[in-house]
Design a protein around this ligand. Structure first.
Ligand SMILES: [Zn+2]
Length: 317
């Protein structure tokens, strides 16, 4: 779960991927004679593991720069720990989230709505789309990649045709389209970002989750098919999002009780919103109705082999 990815696809010299899993995003270490940089830092409960991975890879030099593709909790949850371990560290974030981070507004940053943990951090610069960053001796282009997150960016290196895609493109899809759940435009932006990736013609993709992959045309076809399914039946996307949020909490907790999980769900505004979107018009939105809906989502996870529900406990599978 926390070891460097075996070199199944050619990565440029100086680029190492720590493939992490789903609670923590992958981390990409880019090193040259000038500086050592890390793209994305994982979830806060994994911060010690992130620090250990970076320290092991950089035994005799500090980490100089952190860049975040976007500010979901699984991508920037290690920022604070890295900042306190490396006092000179420069942190770069997408511009669209800068004010919310400067104000440390957990409502605007979405952590409260999603019921996720986060440790506050500071930033020093923003990653303007259209600008470049010199990393691992190569010039990486910063591109806007809205859809999954309206402020996300991706990093593309044209000489090696390497793409760091965050959650805009995985080998088998892309991240939940959060703006769409809140009544904002999301699907169209996912589509535009997939078109951008096709236009860039990467040969190797380092995704936010999962192994490094080639075969980008096939990944784009899978992503577009998935998107079409969500556009045709938005209720499928709503259900998918509910499952993702509950599974993510189980990944964080490991195990919990049905009562504790329900208490967390009740206190998580995004789940209340998803329940309202899922419910038939005549539903009263009562607490009992919400509890039954949460039970149904957990049952989906159990059926998919993603959770186990005993008499007294629910745990991650
Ligand atoms: Zn994300």
């Amino acid at each position: 779960m926390a070891s460097p990815t075996p070199p199944t696809h050619a990565l440029p010299p100086g680029v190492t991927v720590f493939e992490r899993g789903w609670l923590s995003s992958n981390n990409v270490l880019l090193v040259d004679g000038e500086r050592a940089a890390l793209v994305d830092t994982g979830y806060c409960t994994h911060a010690e593991q992130t620090l250990a991975l970076v320290a092991k890879a950089l035994p005799d030099r500090p980490l100089d720069l952190v860049l975040n593709t976007h500010l979901h909790s699984d991508h920037c949850g290690g920022n604070a720990a890295l900042q306190s371990h490396y006092p000179e560290l420069v942190t770069a974030i997408p511009p669209g989230s800068a004010q919310a981070v400067a104000d440390w507004d957990e409502d605007k940053l979405g952590y409260r709505a999603l019921g996720q943990s986060m440790v506050s951090y500071i930033f020093h610069k923003v990653l303007h789309p259209g600008s470049t960053e010199r990393l691992a001796g190569l010039t990486w282009e910063i591109h806007a990649a809205p859809g999954h997150d309206p402020h996300a960016v991706l990093l593309f290196e044209p000489a090696s045709r390497t793409l760091i895609s965050g959650d805009a493109l995985w080998q088998n899809g892309f991240g939940v389209v959060f703006p769409e759940l809140e009544g904002e435009i999301g699907y169209a932006e996912v589509s535009d970002t997939l078109d951008l990736i096709e236009h860039l013609r990467p040969t190797t993709v380092i995704p936010g989750h999962g192994a490094v992959f080639a075969g980008v045309p096939q990944a784009l076809a899978v992503a577009r098919q998935r998107l079409e399914g969500f556009v045709a039946q938005p209720e499928r996307h709503t259900r998918h999002a509910a499952k993702v949020l509950l599974k993510y909490k189980l990944l964080e907790l490991g195990r919990t009780t049905p009562d504790a999980l329900l208490a967390w769900a009740c206190a998580t505004p995004m789940l209340t919103l998803l329940h309202r979107q899922s419910a038939a018009p005549a539903t009263t939105h009562s607490a009992a109705d919400f509890a039954a809906w949460v039970d149904g989502v957990v049952a989906d996870l159990v059926r998919a082999g993603a959770a186990v529900h005993t008499e007294t406990e629910i745990f991650n599978a």
